[in-house]
Design a protein around this ligand. Structure first.
Ligand code: ADP
Ligand code: TRP
Length: 324
């Protein structure tokens, strides 16, 4: 099956990104055709600083390789290295209405916060549709916040196909309900933009600070605690199997253990869990040429696949006017 997903290089990846998308992509790569890209153009809707964007791209590439994306098995590239996608984006923009785009949560949320969204942010779902449709993607692993974007993608593909015949496949969203929305340390959705994230590769001091800041209620050591309404429990449970989750539940329910103690355990767990990836990341940092080659190779493969479908699009739409 062909599986594709992308991540914006607008900051460091966090546990929400990891458990809802990145980890699953790595698991999928052995038995599927996996396409992974860094959504550099999407990030430009918010990151408009040269160093911040190029560092963001580079760091996100390193993070993905460190957690196990294998360029021998997967196609891995940076979005802006494949111009066919922006070409397709323009074409697809004619198959969605302005009023539908006005309903996008990503856009409405910005308006609600009093932010004046730029044109890129408004257009964001069309570019995402192009990312997906240009590769005849079957399945898209994402967090729940992207569900509506997938619905737009399917709508756009259906309208295009109705006009010109079956060119695009309708992709299925792949959302793991268990980790659909990972909470941040303040209990809201974990997000780079809320400053409430726990990052995969923070240094020890920073990580400790993030974990120790997870909100809890004021239950003392000698009181039973409620795991179901606890942000700490939900974050910790991401790292556990069913049996371990039961043990953690018991710790919450049995008096005698304080939140501070559980946070200390979680801190250690995160360090252990990512320790191999952390070492690999340090190695990768020294191999810039190798990584540039991987990205060049990935972009080349991605371009050739996207070009194939673009040729069909140009032909079927009449843009390819040479009818001699
Ligand atoms: P952010 O919202 O932090 O800027 P991105 O928009 O780059 O993150 O998201 C990359 C992927 O991670 C998407 O599939 C998105 O749905 C998922 N994701 C982001 N935050 C969370 C979260 N708190 N819980 C679950 N998935 C998330
Ligand atoms: N919009 C996604 C996010 O914020 C990133 C993204 C861009 C994406 N294009 C995509 C995800 C295509 C999946 C498929 O997380």
């Amino acid at each position: 099956m062909r599986i594709l997903s992308g991540i914006q290089p607008s900051g460091k990846p966090h546990l929400g990104n990891y458990f809802s998308m990145m980890k699953r992509m790595v698991e999928y790569q052995n038995e599927n055709e996996l396409f992974v890209f860094i959504a550099s153009y999407h990030a430009m809707t918010t990151v408009q600083n040269q160093k911040e964007l190029s560092d963001g791209i580079w760091n996100t590439v390193l993070d993905f390789l460190a957690i196990g994306i294998d360029p021998e098995k997967s196609v891995f590239w940076v979005q802006s290295d494949v111009p066919q996608v922006t070409e397709l984006c323009w074409i697809l923009s004619n198959f969605i209405t302005v009023s539908q785009l006005e309903l996008a949560h990503s856009y409405k949320d910005k308006i609600a916060q009093g932010i004046k969204p730029n044109g890129g942010l408004f257009f964001y779902p069309v570019l995402m549709a192009a990312d997906i449709l240009a590769f005849r993607t079957e399945k898209v692993p994402v967090g729940k916040d992207q569900k509506q974007h997938l619905e737009f993608t399917r709508d756009i593909a259906e309208r295009f196909n109705r006009c010109y015949g079956e060119v695009f496949l309708l992709p299925e969203p792949d959302i793991n309900e268990e980790v659909a929305i990972v909470p941040g340390i303040d209990g809201r959705k974990m997000s780079k933009s809320y400053k409430n994230a726990i990052y995969l590769f923070s240094d020890e001091k920073e990580l400790r600070k993030q974990v120790m800041s997870i909100v809890t209620d004021s239950k003392g050591i000698d009181e039973p605690k409620d795991p179901d309404n606890s942000v700490l429990y939900h974050i910790y449970a991401l790292f556990l199997n069913e049996e371990e989750k039961q043990i953690l539940r018991d710790k919450f329910l049995t008096p005698g253990i304080g939140y501070g103690h559980i946070k200390q355990e979680l801190y250690q767990k995160i360090l252990d869990y990512f320790s191999d990836a952390r070492k690999k990341r340090m190695e990768l940092e020294k191999q810039k040429d190798y990584i540039i080659d991987i990205l060049k190779e990935g972009a080349k493969k991605a371009r050739s696949i996207a070009e194939e479908i673009m040729e069909e699009v140009r032909l079927k739409t009449g843009l390819k006017y040479d009818v001699r």
